[in-house]
Design a binder for this molecule. Sequence first.
Ligand code: UD1
Length: 417
Amino acid sequence: MDKFRIQGGVTLEGKVRISGAKNAALPILCAALLTPEMISLKNVPALRDIATTLHLLKQMGVEISQDGEAVELTASRVHDRVAPYELVKTMRASILVLGPLVARFGEARVSLPGGCAIGTRPVDLHLKGLQLMGARINIEHGDIHARADRLTGARIFMDLVSVTGTENLMMAATLAHGTTVIENAAREPEIVDLAKILTEMGADIEGAGTDVVTIHGVNSLHGAAHSIMADRIETGTFLTAVAATGGKALLTHTQGGLLDAVLDKLEEAGAMLTQHEDTIEIIQNGRPKAVNVRTAPYPAFPTDMQAQFMAMNAVARGSAMVTETIFENRFMHVQELRRLGARIDIEGNTAMVHGSETLQGATLMATDLRASASLVMAALVATGESIIERIYHIDRGYEGIEHKFAGLGAKIERVAG
Ligand code: UD1
C-alpha cells in the first residue's frame, strides 16, 4: 500500500489548479444510464471513486471512452442492472445507479451498502422515496432488489437532508409518469450541477438548490454535454492548508461562491481572501486564529471540511470548538492528530481543540477520505518527518494531491508499497 513521506515545516506558496468535483461527477456519470444517447462530460477528475463508477457502468454495458478529463458515455446497450457488493463496499455512492436503473429499465439490483467508517449511513430515504413512486423493493441476500413497471410521480418528504438521496430520487423522477415533489431536499451545489445536465438531457426540473425540488416526468431523455463544476471541498482543503502554514496561494479553476461558509471561517481565522471569477487568492500572515465550526447541511459549514479545520485549529492561536452534526463517528482523525502532539478533547459530537505552536512529525494512518486530508495538512505543518499510511483513502477523492502540494512548495513524496 502506498504511503506519503512528508517533511513538514514549509510555508505553502504558489498556484494550484482545482479539479472537477467528485461529488458532482459521481451522480452525473450515473445519470448517463437515463438515456440511450451519448453523454459527453468535461472536467471529470482523475480519482479512484470515478474509476470505480466507470468500472461499474462498464460492467452494466455502458460504452465509455475517456481522454484525460473528458469522458463520453453511451448507455444504449445496458445488459446488466446490477451493482455488486465488491464495488458498493468500496464506494457507497454506487447507490446512485439505483434511481436511474429503475426509472429507465424497471429493475435494479444494488448491494446494500454496509456500515462505513464514519457512521452507519443507511439508505432508507432512497428506498422510501422510490417506494412512494411505486417501486417494489425487497432486500434479498444483502441486495436491494427494486422493480417498477413505470415509476409514478409522488410527494416525498425527506425526514433527513440527504445529498445522494435527493440526487437518486431526482434522477428517478425525471422519467416517472407525472410530477414528483421532493420536500426537505438537500441544497448542495452538486445537486444544482446534476439538475443542469438533466435539464440539458430534456428533464423538467424546478427548484434544484432549494429545499423543494419539483420534477415533471418526461417519456425519454436525450444526449447532452456538460462540464463538471469545480470541487468546493478540494478548494476548501487547499485554502485551509495554506492558512495553517501561514502561506500565500492562488487557486484557479474554482468558484468562491460555492463555499461561503468556509471562506467566512477562514477570514475569521485571519486569512485575507480575494475572489475573482474563477480564482481565489489567500494570504495568511503568521499563525491563524482558532475558529469554532459546526457542520450542517449546505449552505452551512460542510462536514467534508470538518477534519481540515480541526487540523488548522490544532496549530492556531487560542482554542475552538468543532461540532459534527451530520455523521456520528467522524472524529477518527483526532487520535492521529494527537500522535503529532495536537491537543484535542472530545465530548460527544464536540471536539475542543487547543492550538499548539508546533506539532512533531510522526507515523499516521489515514482512516477516511477527508480525515486523510487533515493528516496531510497537519504533517505539512509539523516539524520533521511524517509518514502517512493507507493513502488509498485520499486517492478516492483528491486528484494528485502530492503533486498539487509539491507545486506549493511542500516536501511530500509518494512511496510505493
Ligand atoms: C454526501 C457526500 C459526502 C458528504 C455528505 C454530507 C456524495 C457522493 N457524498 O454523502 O461527501 O459527506 O453528503 O454532506 O455526494 N441518512 C439516512 N438515511 C438515508 C440517507 C442518509 O439516515 O437514506 C443520514 C446519513 O447517515 C447521514 C445524513 O443522513 O447522517 C446525511 O447523509 P447524506 O447527505 O445522505 O450523505 P451522502 O449523500 O451519503
